[in-house]
Design a protein around this ligand. Sequence first.
Ligand SMILES: C[S@@+](CC[C@H](N)C(=O)[O-])C[C@H]1O[C@@H](n2cnc3c(N)ncnc32)[C@H](O)[C@@H]1O
Length: 419
Amino acid sequence: MDDVAGLPARRAALRLLDAVLRKGLPLEAALDVAARDLTRADDRGFAHAIAAEALRRLADLDALIDSATRRPLPDDAKARSALRIALVQALAMDTPPHAAIATVLPLVHGGPRKLVHGVFGTLMRGGASLPTPPSLPPAVAARWERHWGPEVVAAAAALLAAPPPLDLIFAAGAEPSDQMDGVGLLPGHLRLPGRTAVAGLTGYGEGRWWVQDVAASIPARLLGTGEGRTALDLCAAPGGKTMQLASAGFDVTAVDSSESRLARLSENLARTGLSARIVAGDIMRWSPPEKVDAILLDAPCSATGIYRRHPDVLHRVRPKAIAELAETQAAMLDRVSGWLKPGGTLVYSVCSLEPEEGEQVAEGFLRTHRSYQAAHVSAGELPETIPVEGHRIRMLPGVFAEAGGADGFFIARFRRSAD
Ligand SMILES: C[S@@+](CC[C@H](N)C(=O)[O-])C[C@H]1O[C@@H](n2cnc3c(N)ncnc32)[C@H](O)[C@@H]1O
């Protein structure tokens, strides 16, 4: 069966869709198992690209499929996912239709092959197309409309239409080279077009910069310059914020519970020549030997703010998971609040578009921790393009829209009272 060229990549894409949609796994976490029989790196990349594009376009692909079947196929039917894979390639990835269907039919061999062939043929003959921008899944659109309004939902969908830009953050003292033709949205930031190859860019080998979305660079900026002060970067890996803090002069201890993600943090520090103490530990059990001047808690979250890079979150994050994560985040904030010196600064951040994980956790923390106050972001600390509300920043789709948008984020800053 694998004699059909390109079939193994499509089989891996089918397994990826199943892992995300039926088992609720993150796309990246499912890749090793789904692509286990792919020996070539580009096949693995292609399988990932097909699955990611199908997840970005899932609502519209399903509407097309439903328009061509007498009775709707079950959500988890293999025939539906095979059609999603064939259609997304033909309609959004420039694969010739005959190749898109020929590489998918063997996946339903011995099953609904005729149905898949028939539905695909009907849609292609009828001139089927996918809308621009793609539609968000109805449950996500309804949730975000309730929280943020229809303009934000429209802006979120618009961001799905184009590949996310490549954002570089420069180490203190390093400047973008003249050969890098990009846009700077914040000091020390440069935005290049999406799909720019990272390894070929000037300064990569010398570690003058690292890849980090402009929104993800805001939390560490709120701690200012370090000048030798001590900082705990909690939930630190793969280390974008650790590098910012080390580069700003903090004496940083980076803590994370994931050994594999910490290995990436170590590689990042080695490449950039920056240094931090690295601790593998669960912050709900570990505690620091002494209190510090600054804490950054970039808590684990639903990651719905990074939906365009990780479109699986649009389909597997449910309200129950959001509520459970909010409990974990509140417990983490409570635990780490004892580790800051009086007068020190605590920044809490999540790459989530859910107020339960952002605004509600931050306000709950202030209500229950009398030794902490809101630390307002003053005029001039950040450019006016950043939506600051007192001690909080809420990055929604729509911020920097003309420049290609930014990840969704929530950031809050607190100060511990001096004794
Ligand atoms: C949002 S990511 C961190 C991104 C990172 N701050 C950066 O800028 O590159 C959340 C991290 O929390 C870590 N994590 C989750 N639960 C943890 C725990 N109980 N203790 C320590 N780290 C934890 C995960 O391994 C993951 O690396």
